[in-house]
Design a protein around this ligand. Sequence first.
Ligand code: FES
Length: 352
Amino acid sequence: MAQSKLTIDGRELEFTPGETILQVAWRNGVRIPTLCYLKDATPTGACRICLVEVKGARTLVASCALPAAAGMEVSTDTGKVHTARRLNVELLLSSGDHNCLLCEANGACGLQALAYEYGVQAGRFLGMTQTYPIEQDNPLIVRDFSKCILCGRCVQACNEVQVNRAIGFGYRGARAKIVTAGDRAYHLSDCVFCGQCVQACPVGALTEKKARGQARTWETSKTKTTCPYCGVGCQMYLHTKRGKIVKITAADNQGPNFGRLCVKGRFGYDFVHSPDRLTTPLIKENGSFREATWGEALDLVAAKFKEIMASEGPDAIGGLSSARVTNEENYLFQKLIRSAVGTHNVDHCARL
Ligand code: FES
Protein backbone atom coordinates (compact mmCIF):
# COMPACT_ATOMS: atom_id res chain seq x y z
CA MET A 1 0.00 0.00 0.00
CA ALA A 2 1.20 3.54 -0.77
CA GLN A 3 3.02 5.26 2.06
CA SER A 4 3.22 8.96 2.82
CA LYS A 5 5.18 11.01 5.29
CA LEU A 6 4.37 13.38 8.14
CA THR A 7 6.48 14.95 10.87
CA ILE A 8 5.94 14.18 14.57
CA ASP A 9 8.08 16.13 17.05
CA GLY A 10 10.57 16.89 14.29
CA ARG A 11 10.89 13.28 13.10
CA GLU A 12 9.82 12.47 9.56
CA LEU A 13 7.70 9.31 9.74
CA GLU A 14 5.95 7.17 7.17
CA PHE A 15 2.29 6.29 7.45
CA THR A 16 -0.19 4.17 5.57
CA PRO A 17 -3.29 6.07 4.40
CA GLY A 18 -6.07 5.50 6.95
CA GLU A 19 -3.76 5.47 9.97
CA THR A 20 -4.46 8.07 12.64
CA ILE A 21 -1.79 10.38 14.09
CA LEU A 22 -1.92 8.31 17.29
CA GLN A 23 -1.29 5.05 15.48
CA VAL A 24 1.69 6.48 13.61
CA ALA A 25 3.08 7.98 16.84
CA TRP A 26 2.72 4.78 18.88
CA ARG A 27 4.13 2.63 16.09
CA ASN A 28 7.25 4.83 16.19
CA GLY A 29 7.63 4.93 19.96
CA VAL A 30 6.21 8.44 20.48
CA ARG A 31 4.18 8.49 23.69
CA ILE A 32 0.75 10.10 23.58
CA PRO A 33 -1.46 9.35 26.61
CA THR A 34 -5.05 8.18 26.07
CA LEU A 35 -8.09 7.24 28.10
CA CYS A 36 -10.93 6.56 25.67
CA TYR A 37 -8.93 5.01 22.82
CA LEU A 38 -9.73 1.31 22.35
CA LYS A 39 -7.72 -0.67 19.85
CA ASP A 40 -9.70 -2.06 16.89
CA ALA A 41 -12.74 0.10 17.71
CA THR A 42 -14.00 3.32 16.11
CA PRO A 43 -12.44 6.32 17.92
CA THR A 44 -14.93 8.25 20.02
CA GLY A 45 -12.71 11.25 20.79
CA ALA A 46 -14.45 11.49 24.15
CA CYS A 47 -11.68 12.13 26.66
CA ARG A 48 -9.51 14.72 24.83
CA ILE A 49 -6.38 13.44 26.56
CA CYS A 50 -4.59 12.56 23.33
CA LEU A 51 -4.61 16.19 22.15
CA VAL A 52 -1.69 17.31 19.97
CA GLU A 53 -0.76 20.43 18.03
CA VAL A 54 -0.94 20.29 14.26
CA LYS A 55 0.70 23.19 12.44
CA GLY A 56 -1.92 25.33 10.74
CA ALA A 57 -4.88 23.93 12.74
CA ARG A 58 -6.88 26.50 14.73
CA THR A 59 -7.26 24.22 17.76
CA LEU A 60 -5.56 21.24 19.31
CA VAL A 61 -6.75 18.00 17.72
CA ALA A 62 -7.56 14.54 19.10
CA SER A 63 -4.78 12.41 17.65
CA CYS A 64 -6.79 9.19 18.11
CA ALA A 65 -9.44 10.37 15.68
CA LEU A 66 -7.57 12.46 13.10
CA PRO A 67 -6.15 10.58 10.13
CA ALA A 68 -2.53 11.31 9.29
CA ALA A 69 -2.03 13.40 6.17
CA ALA A 70 1.02 13.98 3.99
CA GLY A 71 3.12 16.93 5.09
CA MET A 72 1.40 17.27 8.48
CA GLU A 73 3.61 18.75 11.22
CA VAL A 74 2.56 17.39 14.61
CA SER A 75 3.84 18.36 18.07
CA THR A 76 2.95 16.12 21.00
CA ASP A 77 5.05 17.65 23.77
CA THR A 78 4.40 21.42 23.96
CA GLY A 79 3.25 23.62 26.83
CA LYS A 80 -0.08 24.19 25.10
CA VAL A 81 -0.66 20.44 24.78
CA HIS A 82 0.22 19.75 28.41
CA THR A 83 -1.98 22.61 29.67
CA ALA A 84 -4.96 21.25 27.72
CA ARG A 85 -4.41 17.66 28.87
CA ARG A 86 -4.02 18.80 32.50
CA LEU A 87 -7.28 20.76 32.30
CA ASN A 88 -9.15 17.81 30.79
CA VAL A 89 -7.86 15.45 33.50
CA GLU A 90 -8.97 17.99 36.10
CA LEU A 91 -12.45 18.19 34.58
CA LEU A 92 -12.76 14.40 34.52
CA LEU A 93 -11.59 14.18 38.13
CA SER A 94 -14.18 16.77 39.13
CA SER A 95 -16.99 14.94 37.38
CA GLY A 96 -17.41 12.12 39.86
CA ASP A 97 -16.43 10.47 43.09
CA HIS A 98 -12.82 9.50 42.53
CA ASN A 99 -11.70 8.43 45.97
CA CYS A 100 -8.64 6.39 45.10
CA LEU A 101 -8.09 5.02 48.61
CA LEU A 102 -11.23 2.94 48.49
CA CYS A 103 -11.33 2.30 44.75
CA GLU A 104 -10.86 -1.23 43.44
CA ALA A 105 -8.89 0.19 40.49
CA ASN A 106 -6.28 1.92 42.66
CA GLY A 107 -2.92 1.32 40.99
CA ALA A 108 -4.50 0.28 37.70
CA CYS A 109 -6.50 3.41 36.92
CA GLY A 110 -5.75 5.49 33.83
CA LEU A 111 -7.24 8.63 35.33
CA GLN A 112 -5.28 8.26 38.57
CA ALA A 113 -2.04 7.80 36.62
CA LEU A 114 -2.65 10.91 34.49
CA ALA A 115 -3.69 13.02 37.49
CA TYR A 116 -0.40 12.10 39.14
CA GLU A 117 1.63 12.67 35.98
CA TYR A 118 0.15 16.13 35.38
CA GLY A 119 0.07 17.13 39.06
CA VAL A 120 -3.67 17.74 38.98
CA GLN A 121 -5.48 18.90 42.10
CA ALA A 122 -9.23 18.30 42.19
CA GLY A 123 -11.53 20.91 43.64
CA ARG A 124 -11.39 23.87 41.25
CA PHE A 125 -14.56 22.81 39.40
CA LEU A 126 -16.79 21.62 42.18
CA GLY A 127 -20.28 21.75 40.80
CA MET A 128 -23.14 19.41 40.13
CA THR A 129 -21.88 15.85 40.22
CA GLN A 130 -24.27 12.97 39.83
CA THR A 131 -24.16 10.30 42.49
CA TYR A 132 -25.59 6.90 41.74
CA PRO A 133 -26.24 3.85 43.88
CA ILE A 134 -23.69 1.13 43.16
CA GLU A 135 -25.29 -1.61 41.08
CA GLN A 136 -24.42 -5.06 42.34
CA ASP A 137 -27.59 -7.02 41.69
CA ASN A 138 -25.78 -9.57 39.56
CA PRO A 139 -23.14 -12.08 40.71
CA LEU A 140 -20.34 -11.00 38.35
CA ILE A 141 -20.03 -7.25 37.62
CA VAL A 142 -20.27 -4.22 39.90
CA ARG A 143 -21.22 -0.92 38.20
CA ASP A 144 -20.38 2.33 40.01
CA PHE A 145 -21.40 5.24 37.80
CA SER A 146 -20.00 7.76 40.29
CA LYS A 147 -16.59 6.74 39.00
CA CYS A 148 -17.55 6.63 35.30
CA ILE A 149 -15.79 9.19 33.09
CA LEU A 150 -18.02 8.47 30.08
CA CYS A 151 -15.05 7.52 27.92
CA GLY A 152 -17.24 5.00 26.10
CA ARG A 153 -14.66 2.21 26.06
CA CYS A 154 -17.17 -0.21 27.60
CA VAL A 155 -19.68 0.68 24.89
CA GLN A 156 -17.11 0.12 22.15
CA ALA A 157 -16.00 -3.14 23.76
CA CYS A 158 -19.57 -4.39 23.94
CA ASN A 159 -20.75 -3.14 20.55
CA GLU A 160 -17.69 -3.39 18.33
CA VAL A 161 -15.32 -5.88 19.96
CA GLN A 162 -17.81 -8.51 21.20
CA VAL A 163 -20.73 -7.26 19.06
CA ASN A 164 -23.27 -7.91 21.82
CA ARG A 165 -24.82 -4.42 21.63
CA ALA A 166 -26.09 -4.52 25.20
CA ILE A 167 -25.08 -0.99 26.30
CA GLY A 168 -24.89 2.56 24.94
CA PHE A 169 -24.93 6.20 26.01
CA GLY A 170 -28.16 7.39 27.61
CA TYR A 171 -29.64 10.68 28.86
CA ARG A 172 -28.07 14.05 28.13
CA GLY A 173 -25.74 16.67 29.64
CA ALA A 174 -24.83 16.18 33.31
CA ARG A 175 -27.28 13.25 33.51
CA ALA A 176 -25.51 11.30 30.76
CA LYS A 177 -24.60 7.74 31.69
CA ILE A 178 -23.99 4.34 30.16
CA VAL A 179 -27.23 2.41 29.96
CA THR A 180 -28.65 -0.91 28.89
CA ALA A 181 -31.88 -0.88 26.88
CA GLY A 182 -34.44 0.78 29.12
CA ASP A 183 -31.66 1.57 31.64
CA ARG A 184 -32.26 -1.74 33.37
CA ALA A 185 -29.80 -3.51 35.65
CA TYR A 186 -27.27 -5.72 33.86
CA HIS A 187 -28.89 -8.99 34.90
CA LEU A 188 -32.24 -7.83 33.45
CA SER A 189 -30.72 -6.67 30.14
CA ASP A 190 -29.29 -8.28 26.99
CA CYS A 191 -25.86 -8.47 28.66
CA VAL A 192 -24.24 -11.90 28.28
CA PHE A 193 -21.67 -11.20 31.01
CA CYS A 194 -18.59 -11.68 28.85
CA GLY A 195 -16.98 -8.99 31.02
CA GLN A 196 -15.35 -7.25 28.04
CA CYS A 197 -16.66 -3.93 29.42
CA VAL A 198 -14.89 -4.59 32.72
CA GLN A 199 -11.61 -5.23 30.95
CA ALA A 200 -12.03 -2.06 28.87
CA CYS A 201 -12.93 0.27 31.76
CA PRO A 202 -9.89 2.50 32.46
CA VAL A 203 -11.15 3.54 35.92
CA GLY A 204 -13.04 1.83 38.75
CA ALA A 205 -16.55 2.17 37.32
CA LEU A 206 -16.79 -1.45 36.21
CA THR A 207 -15.17 -4.10 38.36
CA GLU A 208 -15.41 -7.83 38.81
CA LYS A 209 -17.44 -8.61 41.88
CA LYS A 210 -15.47 -11.66 43.00
CA ALA A 211 -12.15 -9.81 42.63
CA ARG A 212 -13.15 -6.87 44.82
CA GLY A 213 -11.08 -6.63 47.96
CA GLN A 214 -8.95 -9.63 46.97
CA ALA A 215 -5.74 -7.88 45.94
CA ARG A 216 -4.26 -4.57 44.87
CA THR A 217 -2.75 -4.64 41.38
CA TRP A 218 0.80 -4.37 42.69
CA GLU A 219 0.30 -7.40 44.93
CA THR A 220 -0.54 -9.75 42.06
CA SER A 221 1.52 -11.74 39.55
CA LYS A 222 0.37 -12.32 35.99
CA THR A 223 0.75 -15.74 34.36
CA LYS A 224 -0.20 -16.34 30.77
CA THR A 225 -2.09 -19.54 30.07
CA THR A 226 -4.69 -21.21 27.85
CA CYS A 227 -8.36 -21.13 28.83
CA PRO A 228 -9.44 -24.57 30.11
CA TYR A 229 -13.02 -24.48 28.80
CA CYS A 230 -13.69 -25.09 25.08
CA GLY A 231 -11.39 -26.07 22.23
CA VAL A 232 -10.77 -22.53 20.92
CA GLY A 233 -7.69 -22.14 23.13
CA CYS A 234 -8.11 -18.49 24.13
CA GLN A 235 -5.03 -16.90 25.66
CA MET A 236 -5.46 -15.24 29.03
CA TYR A 237 -3.67 -14.00 32.14
CA LEU A 238 -4.23 -15.42 35.59
CA HIS A 239 -3.78 -12.66 38.19
CA THR A 240 -2.68 -14.41 41.36
CA LYS A 241 -1.88 -13.41 44.91
CA ARG A 242 -0.01 -15.94 47.04
CA GLY A 243 -0.85 -18.68 44.54
CA LYS A 244 -4.57 -17.96 44.47
CA ILE A 245 -6.36 -16.67 41.34
CA VAL A 246 -8.02 -13.32 42.06
CA LYS A 247 -8.90 -12.31 38.50
CA ILE A 248 -8.59 -13.35 34.85
CA THR A 249 -8.06 -11.03 31.87
CA ALA A 250 -7.66 -11.75 28.16
CA ALA A 251 -4.23 -11.56 26.55
CA ASP A 252 -4.07 -8.76 23.98
CA ASN A 253 -2.40 -8.92 20.58
CA GLN A 254 -2.54 -12.70 20.36
CA GLY A 255 -4.83 -15.17 18.69
CA PRO A 256 -7.18 -16.80 18.67
CA ASN A 257 -9.06 -14.39 20.94
CA PHE A 258 -7.07 -11.12 20.54
CA GLY A 259 -8.12 -9.63 23.89
CA ARG A 260 -11.58 -11.21 24.11
CA LEU A 261 -12.96 -13.75 26.57
CA CYS A 262 -16.39 -15.27 27.18
CA VAL A 263 -18.19 -15.49 30.50
CA LYS A 264 -16.76 -18.91 31.31
CA GLY A 265 -13.15 -18.06 30.53
CA ARG A 266 -13.22 -14.75 32.41
CA PHE A 267 -15.32 -15.58 35.44
CA GLY A 268 -15.42 -19.38 35.72
CA TYR A 269 -12.31 -20.03 37.80
CA ASP A 270 -13.88 -20.92 41.15
CA PHE A 271 -13.33 -24.63 40.52
CA VAL A 272 -9.54 -24.19 40.73
CA HIS A 273 -9.64 -23.52 44.47
CA SER A 274 -12.82 -25.46 45.25
CA PRO A 275 -12.53 -27.63 48.38
CA ASP A 276 -14.68 -30.20 46.51
CA ARG A 277 -12.07 -30.62 43.81
CA LEU A 278 -10.49 -34.07 43.53
CA THR A 279 -6.74 -33.60 43.81
CA THR A 280 -5.67 -37.09 44.89
CA PRO A 281 -6.32 -40.31 42.92
CA LEU A 282 -8.83 -42.70 44.50
CA ILE A 283 -8.79 -46.47 44.08
CA LYS A 284 -11.96 -48.47 44.74
CA GLU A 285 -11.43 -51.49 46.93
CA ASN A 286 -14.17 -53.63 48.49
CA GLY A 287 -16.82 -51.17 47.35
CA SER A 288 -15.27 -48.01 48.75
CA PHE A 289 -12.61 -45.54 47.65
CA ARG A 290 -9.24 -45.03 49.30
CA GLU A 291 -6.66 -42.35 48.53
CA ALA A 292 -3.69 -43.48 46.45
CA THR A 293 -0.49 -42.03 45.00
CA TRP A 294 -0.34 -41.09 41.32
CA GLY A 295 2.21 -43.86 40.69
CA GLU A 296 -0.08 -46.44 42.30
CA ALA A 297 -3.11 -45.29 40.33
CA LEU A 298 -1.31 -45.15 36.98
CA ASP A 299 0.23 -48.60 37.52
CA LEU A 300 -3.22 -50.02 38.25
CA VAL A 301 -4.74 -48.47 35.09
CA ALA A 302 -1.85 -49.71 32.95
CA ALA A 303 -2.18 -53.23 34.40
CA LYS A 304 -5.94 -53.31 33.73
CA PHE A 305 -5.42 -52.09 30.15
CA LYS A 306 -2.83 -54.81 29.56
CA GLU A 307 -5.24 -57.43 30.93
CA ILE A 308 -8.00 -56.32 28.53
CA MET A 309 -5.62 -56.09 25.57
CA ALA A 310 -4.34 -59.62 26.25
CA SER A 311 -7.77 -61.18 26.58
CA GLU A 312 -9.93 -59.10 24.15
CA GLY A 313 -7.43 -57.31 21.88
CA PRO A 314 -6.61 -53.57 21.70
CA ASP A 315 -9.86 -52.70 19.91
CA ALA A 316 -11.71 -53.53 23.12
CA ILE A 317 -10.32 -50.25 24.47
CA GLY A 318 -11.36 -46.74 23.37
CA GLY A 319 -10.14 -43.29 24.40
CA LEU A 320 -12.28 -40.19 24.80
CA SER A 321 -10.45 -36.90 25.26
CA SER A 322 -11.65 -33.44 26.16
CA ALA A 323 -11.81 -29.92 24.77
CA ARG A 324 -10.84 -28.72 28.23
CA VAL A 325 -7.21 -29.58 27.61
CA THR A 326 -4.87 -28.01 25.05
CA ASN A 327 -4.38 -29.22 21.48
CA GLU A 328 -0.92 -30.43 22.49
CA GLU A 329 -2.35 -32.59 25.27
CA ASN A 330 -5.01 -33.96 22.93
CA TYR A 331 -2.30 -34.81 20.41
CA LEU A 332 -0.36 -36.71 23.08
CA PHE A 333 -3.53 -38.52 24.16
CA GLN A 334 -4.32 -39.85 20.68
CA LYS A 335 -0.68 -40.86 20.32
CA LEU A 336 -0.91 -42.84 23.57
CA ILE A 337 -4.06 -44.64 22.42
CA ARG A 338 -2.76 -45.37 18.92
CA SER A 339 0.87 -46.21 19.76
CA ALA A 340 0.77 -47.66 23.28
CA VAL A 341 -2.65 -49.33 23.19
CA GLY A 342 -2.67 -50.02 19.46
CA THR A 343 -6.18 -48.96 18.47
CA HIS A 344 -7.70 -46.13 16.46
CA ASN A 345 -10.67 -46.03 18.83
CA VAL A 346 -10.05 -42.46 19.89
CA ASP A 347 -12.46 -39.56 19.80
CA HIS A 348 -13.00 -36.06 21.13
CA CYS A 349 -16.04 -34.31 22.50
CA ALA A 350 -15.61 -31.27 20.23
CA ARG A 351 -15.22 -33.26 16.98
CA LEU A 352 -17.61 -32.00 14.32
FE1 FES B 1 -8.26 10.48 21.95
FE2 FES B 1 -9.68 10.03 24.18
S1 FES B 1 -7.89 9.01 23.46
S2 FES B 1 -9.93 11.60 22.69
